[in-house]
Write a protein that binds this ligand. Structure first.
Ligand code: ATP
Length: 224
């Protein structure tokens, strides 16, 4: 009797990619990254601030200020790394370009998981070459307990149907990239609300790390 060769690739570490404007970074972002890292056994999470996000108003603070705030926020977590590759690129910060460059750099030594909230995923069909994202990474969507995704877009529906994985183990050992929905604790915090509080002279204390808040106050960020 001959044994069939297995088609599963050799398991390699999974690296989370957490993109965002981070204007400023807050506990919603940090808790999401930590819970996904724990649930999916990620070897690291890279925080990649977007220099020039294509789908929203320009950030209120500079790319280097936002990178500095991320750096302060993650300083005491050995799992979290700041990655500034989008800050040195000209033009819009397209996620597909970022994933492609990371994928090339890793040369198969690790696999990528693009981490995003359900709100971001619901708008993914507006992203540049969105269907190509799976060429370079799994997509992991953080959902809140009881949250449902109302998908009106037929191509997004089809995309989910075709690529949804059935277990977290498949993230580690399936050759093709897929989509995984992971429930996390809901923290109703947004950078928009933090900016509003700051511009109105209120304190966003306890919504973001103290070191980030001190930096904001010292550098007079988000004042009118
Ligand atoms: P803004 O209010 O300026 O739009 P934001 O707080 O939504 O900002 P982003 O930098 O736009 O933050 O988000 C980066 C990523 O973090 C996205 O994938 C988004 O879904 C996710 N995210 C943002 N806030 C939370 C939160 N409170 N809990 C879980 N995920 C979040």
């Amino acid at each position: 009797m001959t044994l069939k060769a297995t088609t599963s690739p050799k398991p390699v570490p999974l690296i989370g990619v957490m993109g965002g404007t981070f204007d400023p970074i807050h506990f919603g972002h940090l808790r999401m990254a930590q819970e996904l890292a724990d649930a999916l056994k990620l070897a690291a999470v890279r925080f990649i601030p977007s220099a020039n996000p294509p789908h929203r108003d320009p950030p209120m603070t500079s790319a280097s200020q936002r990178a500095e705030m991320v750096s302060l926020a993650i300083a005491d977590n050995p799992l979290f790394k700041l990655d500034t590759r989008e800050l040195t690129r000209e033009g819009y910060s397209y996620t597909i370009d970022t994933l492609q460059s990371l994928h090339k750099e890793l040369q198969g030594s690790a696999r990528l998981c693009l981490l995003m909230g359900l709100d971001a995923f619901a708008g993914i069909t507006r992203w540049h070459r969105w269907q190509g994202l799976l060429q370079f990474a799994h997509i992991v969507v953080a959902t809140r307990p009881g949250a449902t995704l109302a998908i009106e877009n037929a191509s997004l529906h089809e995309f989910l149907h075709l690529h949804t994985l059935t277990s977290t183990q498949q993230l580690h050992d399936q050759a093709q990239s897929g989509i995984w929905m992971q429930e996390i604790t809901a923290l109703d915090i947004s950078a928009t609300e933090i900016r509003t509080q700051l511009t109105h002279g209120r304190t966003p204390r306890y919504l973001l790390p103290d070191d980030v808040l001190h930096h904001i106050q010292q550098s007079l960020l988000y004042t009118k």
